[in-house]
Design a protein around this ligand. Sequence first.
Ligand SMILES: [Zn+2]
Ligand SMILES: [Zn+2]
Ligand SMILES: [Zn+2]
Ligand SMILES: [Zn+2]
Ligand SMILES: [Zn+2]
Ligand SMILES: [Zn+2]
Length: 250
Amino acid sequence: MEYKHFSHEHTLNLYRVQAGQQFRCHGCQKMCNDSIYACWRCNFFLHEHCGNANRYVKHPSHRLHPLVLVPSPTYCSGSFLCNGCGAPGNAFSYCCPLCEVDLHVHCAYLPPNVNHKVHQHELIINFTTGEQAGNLDQHCKICTKQLNSKNWSYICSRGECDFRVHTYCATSEVKPGLYQDDEPDTQIPTQNPAASNPNTSTGACGNQPQKTGLTPEEALAEVMQMQLQMQMAQDFAQMMASFNLSHLAP
Ligand SMILES: [Zn+2]
Ligand SMILES: [Zn+2]
Ligand SMILES: [Zn+2]
Ligand SMILES: [Zn+2]
Ligand SMILES: [Zn+2]
Ligand SMILES: [Zn+2]
């Protein structure tokens, strides 16, 4: 079965990795076992879950903006620091260019809750960083190393336990497709004034179809457009601010 991925010019084939074979994923730089998408001409490989990752997600760790999947970091350094695990990455990331939020694909799809043999209760993912919670000096109850106050953790679902661990100590599981984005969007303000006007909602003329028929490319274009507009609005506000200041200056 042939497959086209936006980050690679040739079609890819799904391939089942055999014992003893070694392939590194171009999406996350980790080794592949199980199923991969392969371009044998270029030795280009993707985990099945990296190849299938949605072009954008509404992620619960960053509700402000949709995160966009980019094939390589948007920074001139060529790498990013993952807000989830704190480790650097130089391949695929889910990013919010406005807020400099970057996630490995496997961190974006960490399971919301896991069980680990070292603790009897269920652990839940915690996007509130130590920095936000005001506890900067905490140690992982699994590896005993310090928890980075800027990154996520898993905590015991029962508050009284005070059990907190690194995401990567808690699990290596990936839940691809966890944050599907095919519900109609309620956060992006609609461009169409008729949609918010109750007078036209039952009329024959004002009923615009819901935006459910967008292809991922169209939806992505819309997201990028929205982010661009916000960026321009910010730039404009800054420009106006400096303009006013320079005029008020004596
Ligand atoms: Zn991968
Ligand atoms: Zn190729
Ligand atoms: Zn990460
Ligand atoms: Zn953002
Ligand atoms: Zn740890
Ligand atoms: Zn517990």
